[in-house]
Design a protein around this ligand. Structure first.
Ligand SMILES: *[C@@H]1O[C@H](CO)[C@@H](O)[C@H](O)[C@H]1NC(C)=O
Length: 437
């Protein structure tokens, strides 16, 4: 029990923030009840002033402050009132509670931008996006690949575009729909050739117009790194120039629906070390692109690998990544607004030996909990929960999967920078995760 208290106290900073208005309001009511009352007899006045009034005000203060506490308690997401956002959570609670969400699914807890990725191979995400649409400001269905084809280019993936779903979202929400486009095309085919660059840009802009998208999320950096583009200064510059050109072209087009210009969100990976390498996306790149790019989807996940099992996204690593990109004093405050700090809604089931394993989604996690009834442990350094189990060949596995507390702490981190978040991807999470968003 004592242990429980201690842990709760440690993480109570979340509660404190949402209760911040409470003290001032109760002081005002306290003052009001202290106002003197007129009476003919002086002693009565004094008696009233010094004995009755304070007594009343104490009683009133207690009365007033406790309801006001419960008011702010009802302001807290359901999962907080159910006591689920904590370090010593057990597997039973997860199994029993994960499908229950606040009755009011439109109340937002996290006020900055929330970009949600949705994949066609995890169709649950489409439904969750509809259900929790008011909590999500940007939706990025993972639909397109832009490829080289002979001397030209094609935008592959139109068959994924789900018009019915788009119109349902549009009816109930203002969330921007920005399908993800991976730039698979050979970079040498277009980066160095003005005409070819233009073709690529046109393909993207025309697709946005045709399907009434609000823009796109572009992923190309990792591909360019793989092709060696980023190791050559001249090519690297051309690559950045291309992103700028694309952003400017998109900003030059406004949608018929709301007259807003098309948006470009660019996917960036966290630098691999404190010493920036040429293939890392660094603070200068961020600054250089900031006027042409509307947001940066920062992939702060996949820190550990099957060969090096461990937490998916240690909080300190997220912090140092943000520091590196924005400056330790958050001097890039205007830029922080454009960053969508990546949060994983999937987990990993690794062999502890470092010889295998890989990502798991919510339902796989739940079935492991049911099967093995493990003890969930809180790893303070990374701010993630994990558990260990033996499979039927007696091989040890270590499983990291997000929990309400791990997500809440990452939201708090993003909030402290003034940044938004991006979720990879909503169909892989548990329903009650949305309560803290
Ligand atoms: C749900 O929350 C929103 C935003 O806080 C609020 O405007 C709305 O009135 C709430 N709806 C209900 C039914 O409580």
């Amino acid at each position: 029990m004592g242990k429980k208290r201690l842990r709760r106290a440690k993480f109570s900073s979340f509660d404190r923030r949402s209760n911040s208005e409470e003290p001032s309001s109760s002081t005002t009511s306290e003052r009001r009840t202290k106002s003197p009352r007129r009476n003919r007899i002086r002693s009565t006045i004094l008696f009233l002033l010094f004995v009755v009034c304070p007594a009343i005000s104490v009683i009133l203060y207690r009365r007033i402050s406790s309801p006001s506490q419960s008011v702010s308690e009802t302001d807290l997401p359901d999962v907080y009132r159910r006591g689920l956002v904590k370090a010593d959570v057990n597997y039973r609670q997860v199994l029993d509670e994960h499908v229950k969400v606040s009755a009011n699914v439109s109340r937002r807890q996290f006020e900055n931008s929330v970009l949600a990725y949705i994949t066609p191979w995890n169709s649950k995400g489409y439904d969750l996006a509809k259900k929790f649409n008011s909590k999500l400001t940007h939706l990025s269905p993972v639909w397109y690949d832009l490829k080289s084809e002979g001397s030209s280019f094609v935008l592959d993936g139109r068959h994924n575009a789900d018009i019915g779903w788009i119109s349902e979202i549009r009816m109930n929400s203002n969330a921007k729909i920005l399908p993800r486009v991976v730039l698979e095309a050979m970079p040498m085919d277009f980066l160095t050739k003005k005409k070819q660059r233009k073709k690529v840009i046109n393909l993207i802009v025309e697709e946005c117009k045709k399907f009434d998208y609000d823009g796109i999320v572009l992923e190309s950096w990792s591909r360019w790194a793989a092709y060696g583009v980023l190791h050559k200064p001249e090519m690297r510059m051309m690559a950045l120039q291309f992103i700028k050109q694309l952003g400017e072209a998109m900003h030059g087009v406004s949608t018929e629906r709301n007259g807003e210009s098309l948006q470009l969100v660019y996917v960036i990976g966290p630098p691999y070390s404190d010493q920036l390498q040429s293939h890392d996306f660094g603070p200068e790149d961020l600054l250089g692109l900031s006027s042409a790019v509307d947001g940066f989807s920062l992939m702060t996940y996949d820190f550990s690998t099957p060969h090096n099992p461990g937490p998916n996204a240690p909080l300190k690593w997220i912090q140092s990544t943000l520091k590196l990109l924005l400056g330790s004093d958050n001097s890039g405050q205007g830029l922080a607004r454009k960053i969508f700090v990546g949060i994983n809604f999937y987990g990993n089931d690794f062999l502890q030996s470092g010889e295998g394993g890989g990502p798991i989604v919510g339902r796989e996690y739940l079935s492991l909990l049911e099967q093995h009834r493990p003890i969930l442990q809180w790893e303070k350094n990374s701010a993630e929960h994990f558990f260990i189990y033996l499979d039927n060949r007696r091989i040890k596995h270590v499983v990291f999967y997000p929990t309400l507390l791990s997500i809440a702490m990452r939201l708090e981190e993003a909030r402290s920078w003034g940044a938004g978040i991006s979720i990879w991807e909503i169909g892989q999470g548990l329903d009650y995760f949305f309560d803290v968003l």
